[in-house]
Design a protein. Structure first.
Length: 73
């Protein structure tokens, strides 16, 4: 008895649907990235000076990073 191949391949209509949703997927992914970036910048503001020294970041660096808009790296 031969092993059963369980790897499913999308049908042509399914591939077309996936391709149609790709731009939306990219938009949602970008929003998640921006949200996480903004959250991390806010979190930096909560670190005390000892913690900042531990990671080698100055308070001025933190404020410079926190002032950046969420879309800017």
């Amino acid at each position: 008895m031969s092993p059963i191949d369980l790897e499913l391949q999308p049908t042509e209509p399914q591939r077309a649907l996936l391709a149609a949703y790709e731009p939306l997927r990219k938009v949602v992914e970008t929003i998640f990235i921006w949200t996480e970036r903004a959250r991390m910048r806010r979190r930096l503001l909560t670190l005390d000076d000892r913690m900042l020294r531990d990671v080698g970041i100055s308070r001025a660096d933190v404020h410079g990073e926190a002032e950046k808009p969420f879309w800017r790296v």
